[in-house]
Design a protein around this ligand. Structure first.
Ligand code: FAD
Length: 403
């Protein structure tokens, strides 16, 4: 049997979030956030009140116990409303990494961070990338040294989303480092590290050119003491938990990009029907209709892949129908295709708008700048997605590793 329909509950959820976002996150509001470089506090609170923040966490841990298809709907609608993808970033980092932290953490981390994050009173982010590079996780320099009552951490993380927001409302990061380098990637351990812990220095806010309403920063860790109860998962499992977090995030990133691209297409079609050239609306020209058809077809294909993958993740967690590696391949396909599709859609629809498309009076440039962050690298670069896809297609024996 094959069934492509959403449940009635999922349809109602989509309607409700769409309506709330239409009221609270207009494109004018997105422009204001982009210019002020901040997300309105009442929006964050509203998302908490609606149960959207950390919605993947079980209800008994403060979340909404949402499945991945429903969470994907939220990510898509957030991208549709905020085409700059700043609000989606705030949502998806916490829904994905919060989920992995919650799955393996102690009640202390839940009480100190996750329950509050679900109300918008704290932030949980991901601190993986280092100044020496982000793709090669096993080459990281961050170290964890065991003490009688926990760990001492040294290292530096950079290009980290949400550092300013985390400083403002509190919270911390999933950080993984080496506790035993001789064991390779099996020698990494993950912890929850509060951003205000003694020894943590928030270094800077990067002057990015997109998704301006959410910060990207960095932090140095000098002899940061992390209590035993802040360890996430077993010692030596840090690398694997990092990969699990990336997988969850890649699904939601892809959905937000597709949501943003959908909005671009709709704005474009509206314009094509109004704008006249050579005595008729642009929409009447087959040259333009073919461009639209090409984008619409690719859009539907990628969207179907994303929801199919969300369904696979639900199956994996509910009855282990699919393995983690099978899911990783599909998640990388989504993360490879969706941001590029969105970038291409914004660019092509901007052409339809002519000169207006090149001005900031037109909202589309915010989308182009925003989704590009996901083409460049946030939650893994395109080449890294291709490495995963080819590895899981050809087989590991055929992948050349550096000696
Ligand atoms: C806006 C934004 C927000 C971000 N937020 C976070 C965050 O919250 N937390 C976090 O930890 N990180 C975050 N990042 C960092 C992101 O995860 C990294 O940019 C990404 O992992 C790539 O690392 P890098 O930039 O160091 O590039 P590198 O790893 O140095 O790669 C450079 C280039 O080389 C290519 N490359 C590398 N290895 C190979 C290979 N084996 N084969 C072929 N090509 C290869 C890459 O694809 C890329 O094109 C963010 C990045 C951006 C842009």
């Amino acid at each position: 049997m094959i069934d492509f329909s959403f449940t009635e509950e999922q349809d109602l959820f989509r309607e409700a979030i769409k309506e709330w976002l239409a009221k609270n996150m207009s494109l004018e509001q997105v422009r204001e956030n982009d210019e002020k470089h901040e997300l309105p506090k009442d929006i964050i609170k509203g998302m908490g009140d609606l149960g959207l923040l950390c919605m993947t966490l079980p209800e008994e841990h403060g979340g909404a116990g949402a499945d991945w298809v429903t969470t994907t709907i939220a990510a898509e609608e957030l991208g549709y409303a905020d085409i700059s993808v700043a609000l989606p970033v705030f949502f998806l980092v916490q829904a994905s990494w919060g989920y992995v932290v919650d799955k393996y953490c102690t009640d202390a981390v839940r009480d100190d961070c996750l329950r509050k994050a679900a109300r918008g009173e704290s932030f949980i982010g991901i601190g993986v990338t280092e100044p020496g590079g982000g793709s090669d996780v096993a080459a990281f320099k961050t170290n964890l040294k065991k003490t009688d009552d926990g760990w001492v951490m040294n290292g530096e993380k950079t290009y980290i989303s949400g550092t300013a927001e985390c400083q403002e409302i509190g919270g911390g990061y999933f950080v993984s480092g080496y506790n035993d380098r001789s064991k390779g990637h099996r020698g990494m351990t993950a912890v929850y590290m509060p951003l205000d812990a003694p020894g943590v220095e928030v270094t800077k806010r990067f002057d990015n050119f997109g998704r301006m309403a959410i910060s990207t920063g960095g932090f140095k860790m000098t002899d940061v003491k992390v209590p035993e109860e802040y360890q996430i998962g077993e010692t030596g499992r840090g690398f694997y938990l990092t990969m699990e977090g990336f997988d969850a995030a890649r699904l939601l990133v892809s959905a937000s990009c597709v949501g943003a691209a959908q909005r671009a297409l709709e704005l474009g079609v509206e314009y094509l029907k109004e704008r006249q050239a050579f005595g008729q609306p642009l929409a009447m020209y087959q040259g333009i209709q073919f461009d639209l058809a090409d984008m619409a077809a690719h859009h539907e294909a990628v969207k179907s892949l994303i929801y199919r993958t969300a369904w696979m993740i639900d199956q994996k967690y509910q009855n282990e129908t699919f393995s983690a590696l099978e899911c990783a391949k599909y998640l990388s396909m989504c993360k490879y295709l969706a941001p590029h599709l969105a970038l291409d859609t914004f660019r092509r629809v901007m052409y339809w708008f002519g000169a207006y498309g090149y001005s900031k009076e037109c909202p589309l440039e915010m989308g182009l700048r925003g989704v590009m962050s996901y083409c460049i690298g946030a939650e893994g670069t395109s080449n890294v997605q291709k490495i995963v896809i080819s590895r899981e297609t050809i087989g590991r024996d055929w992948i050349r590793t550096q000696s």
